[in-house]
Ligand binder design. Structure first.
Ligand code: PLP
Length: 390
């Protein structure tokens, strides 16, 4: 039968679990090269090892993160496991330093997997009054001599921006390898590998895919030895993204820059509306000159933007009143801005901080907005209407 010769500018979805191998010699070569990333169509073996649809999406991310390699996984959490496991070689655990203001799931992973199950020596570095003290960090690095330092440039849910360039320099001077979760800032705002980080990872569930319709993760780097180790770990643990999700990611990445530009512009403008509103007490957004990280964010992101996450606290005479105000606002606005516990979707979504992180942040009036790419006037109107009902 004649093969289909239709020309397409989409990446085909290869759903094969195992691929047809040409002959025994090619099979030998394929298995020998399995830890590499060739484009040769003859060298694909099995989709848990590598898959052409997934490779095509990885190449798109390599362009965005300006890196030598990118490996997709089936969630941000598996990307975190992959990135951290590269450095667990069984030759003694050493010390690992994690910044405290990172994604809650990562913090739980540290406690329940790295410490409890794998017995790693974990230390945490916390900010002072919403700012990471670099002198205190230097002191800790010198006394701890950690093998790995792990942090995020924009913290969640307090939207604090770390002086990442200085932190990377200090960590490298102390001999540590640096892993950065760049989910919130995105490669649109900055590329941590260009500033010396060893590994950058993302929950691609968020801005990279941008439509709240897949879960995915990615680990990026330049070092070929780390790449080898990462490919091996992904293969044996099976942290591979599915070709269908990779295809969706590839299509949605085409609009990445446009989306993030609009996300950032909308958030910048909306932060001012919230800041000037009498029913809002505090707005945490690094684009506001009053924010403690404003200058750091300007320097780190080179004026490209300040991200699209805003956390704000409702006005009220006490916590009870603030909590009631937040509940009324969330209810009033739910048709246009839904309560969804994720972020980075093209549509604006919100989350009630205390319901998710009540132990760490017992602040019932606090709401985290993931600002979308909606027409700004509509977004502003929805927010103002919601606040009117409070
Ligand atoms: N990193 C950050 C900063 C996140 O916000 C999340 C999830 O919200 C993750 C990692 C985990 O990603 P996923 O939910 O895709 O596993």
């Amino acid at each position: 039968m004649k093969k289909n010769t239709v020309k397409s500018n989409q990446v085909p979805i290869y759903r094969d679990a195992g691929f047809v191998l040409v002959d025994p010699d090619t099979t030998k070569r394929a298995f020998k090269d399995e830890l590499d990333h060739p484009r040769s169509p003859d060298l694909y073996i099995y989709s848990r090892y590598r898959n052409p649809t997934v490779v095509a999406a990885e190449e798109k991310i390599m362009e965005l993160e300006r890196c030598e390699w990118a490996l997709l996984t089936q969630s941000g959490m598996s990307a975190i496991d992959l990135a951290l496991s590269i450095f667990q070689t069984g030759e003694g655990t050493g010390n690992w330093l994690f910044f405290s203001e990172i994604y809650g799931g990562t913090n739980s992973f540290i406690d329940r997997v790295l410490k409890f199950r794998r017995g790693l020596n974990i230390e945490r570095f916390s900010p002072n009054d919403g700012v990471y003290d670099l002198l205190a960090l230097e002191h800790m690095l010198n006394s701890l001599k950690p093998e790995v330092v792990y942090f995020e440039a924009i913290s969640n849910p307090m939207i604090m921006v770390a002086d990442a360039e200085a932190i990377i320099k200090l960590a490298k001077k102390a001999g540590a390898r640096v892993i950065l979760d760049n989910t919130f800032a995105t490669p649109y705002l900055w590329n941590p590998l260009e500033m010396g980080a060893d590994i950058v990872l993302h929950s691609a569930t968020k801005y990279l895919s941008g439509h709240n319709n897949i879960t995915a993760g990615v680990v990026c780097g330049n070092d070929p030895e780390l790449k080898k180790s990462a490919i091996e770990y992904r293969k044996y643990v099976g942290h591979m993204l599915s070709p269908d999700d990779a295809s969706r990611l590839s299509s949605q990445i085409r609009t990445f820059e446009l989306r993030i530009q609009r996300h950032c512009d909308n958030a910048f403008n909306l932060s001012r509306v919230l800041h000037d509103h009498p029913k809002v007490e505090t707005v945490l957004y690094p684009g506001l000159p009053s924010h403690p990280s404003h200058e750091t964010a300007k320097k780190l992101f080179g004026g490209k933007g300040f991200g699209a996450m805003i956390t704000f606290d409702m006005a009220g005479s006490d916590l009870k009143q603030k909590g009631e105000a937040a509940a009324r606002f969330i209810q009033a606005i739910s048709d246009t801005i839904p309560l969804i516990p994720t972020l980075g979707d093209a549509g604006t979504t919100l989350l009630h901080v205390e319901s998710v992180w009540g132990e760490k942040y017992p602040l019932p009036g606090m709401i985290r907005l993931s600002v979308g790419i909606d027409p700004f006037d509509k977004l502003k109107e929805a927010i103002l209407k919601g606040l009117e009902q409070v």
